[in-house]
Design a protein around this ligand. Structure first.
Ligand code: V47
Ligand code: SF4
Length: 399
């Protein structure tokens, strides 16, 4: 295999730093790297070296496949009781004039708009407000599943769950069981930010802490369910904070196996309280994907968002450990452009997305939320009546 040959060439390089050689040998032998070695990768690993290691692992785990799915988003509100410094999306309650608060009927109307669309997932994410309580969400989930039982419901994060369970005085295990009974099927990866308290307390004080975020995912996994995990990187954190973040995820994954995908989220600095913090370079973004792929040996998938990082970087990321880029986007979602995403009006049809993946020699697969194959696009010929397949979908960036 080409990836094996390239890794052996790296290992045989007599000029290679000895720590980096040890790590490359571990990757070749399918061994886990340590916390300290994770930090070494950030400090010393240059892009070419990291790409060879990450691509080796990517191809071992997922071959040439590159996944995407078709979903749409519901954003209940852009108001929030919290005040995360990096958030370009939420308006504090005191600035209510710029906010929206959707009712249950509004959200069900949005669901119905997609009745004839070939979407497989709805992703609900937004700000945190008192009226969206435990009862509201159990009723909403029940109503969505009653209306369209085979639409996969991926909703909310430990940020909301911690808040609503505390108010309702139910423990995490009981609360998550209630959510499952109401129809919740997956939990998205948001709200993780950076776990280390010295960073978290400075950027997103007051919302759930690392232990609470992880405990809620653990309870969810214990019910046999799946979730994702994110990391907001490239702001005030240091390399060891990123490794600490991934280390905590790796430990929980060893225990439960419930995580599907790790999603590194590049900090974007437009219109938020951290606008003075410069953004990372493309090189650093690719290095970060690669190190995530190397460190998280027990995660099956690493996901990149093309709208957040540009189409070109998304294509490049597929050689640095990434095997999943999210689906096509519509221009109804305001959130992306608010944080300064590359694409101010992100929109890409399925045909364009498939071409983007094929252009860099990868094999496009449309998946459902649980990575079952919906359509293999390797030899797929698009017909004119595939208009539905070319419709647009959206992504959130809050929580
Ligand atoms: O937790 C907020 C991030 C996350 C900014 O699981 C920002 O499939 C960059 O987690 N710059 C929410 N990032 C989005 C999220 C997500 C999105 C799509 C799919 C899935 C999934 C998860 O967005 C927040 C926060 O870390 N975020 N503001 C910003 N200025
Ligand atoms: Fe609220 Fe989420 Fe924005 Fe934080 S990131 S202020 S929790 S909407």
């Amino acid at each position: 295999m080409e990836a094996d040959k390239r890794l052996n060439l790296v290992i045989d390089d007599s000029n290679l730093d000895k720590d980096l050689k040890t790590i490359a040998l571990k990757v070749l032998n399918n061994q886990r790297i340590t916390f300290e070695e994770g930090v070494v990768l950030y400090e010393k690993g240059e892009l070419g070296y990291l790409g060879v290691l990450a691509n080796h692992i990517r191809e071992k785990k997922n071959g040439n496949f590159t996944y995407f799915n078709r979903n749409f988003h519901i954003e209940p509100t852009n108001l929030c009781v919290y005040d995360c410094k990096f958030c370009s999306y939420s308006r504090l309650i005191k600035e209510r004039s710029e906010g929206w608060e959707a009712t249950m009927d509004d959200m069900l109307e949005t669901i119905k708009k997609y009745d004839d669309e070939p979407v497989t997932e709805v992703h609900i994410v937004g700000g945190v407000l008192p009226q969206y309580n435990l009862q509201f969400y159990t009723e909403l989930f029940t109503a969505i599943k009653k209306h369209r039982p085979n639409l996969h419901l991926k909703a909310l994060t430990p940020v909301e769950y911690h808040y609503i369970f505390k108010k309702a005085k139910v423990d995490y295990a009981t609360g998550m069981r209630m959510m499952k009974e109401a129809g919740l099927e997956s939990m998205p990866g948001g709200g993780a930010e950076i776990f280390a308290p010295e960073v978290r307390d400075r950027i997103s004080k007051d919302k759930c802490n690392a232990e609470q975020w992880l405990a809620i995912h653990e309870e969810w996994h214990k019910l046999g369910m799946h979730s994702n995990a994110t990391m907001l990187y490239g702001h005030i954190e240091q390399f060891q904070h990123r490794v600490d973040h991934m280390n905590r995820l790796r430990q929980l994954q060893d225990k439960t196996g419930g995580f599907q995908t790790f999603i590194p989220l590049k900090f974007r600095n437009k219109d938020n309280q951290m606008s003075d913090v410069p953004e990372t370079s493309v090189i650093e973004d690719l290095r970060n994907y690669a190190i995530a792929r190397i460190y998280l040996d027990n995660f099956q998938h690493i996901k990149a968002y093309w709208a957040m990082i540009s189409r070109d970087t998304a294509q490049l990321s597929l050689s640095f450990g990434v095997d999943d880029i999210d689906g096509t986007l519509d221009d109804t979602t305001k959130i992306y452009s608010m944080a300064g995403a590359e694409e101010q009006k992100p929109a890409m049809s399925t045909r364009e997305l498939v071409n983007l993946i094929k252009q860099v020699g990868r094999h496009p697969i449309e998946r459902d939320t649980l990575y079952n194959v919906i359509t293999d696009y390797k030899d797929y010929i698009f017909e004119e009546d595939d208009a539905k397949k070319a419709s647009y979908y959206s992504l959130p960036v809050v929580n």
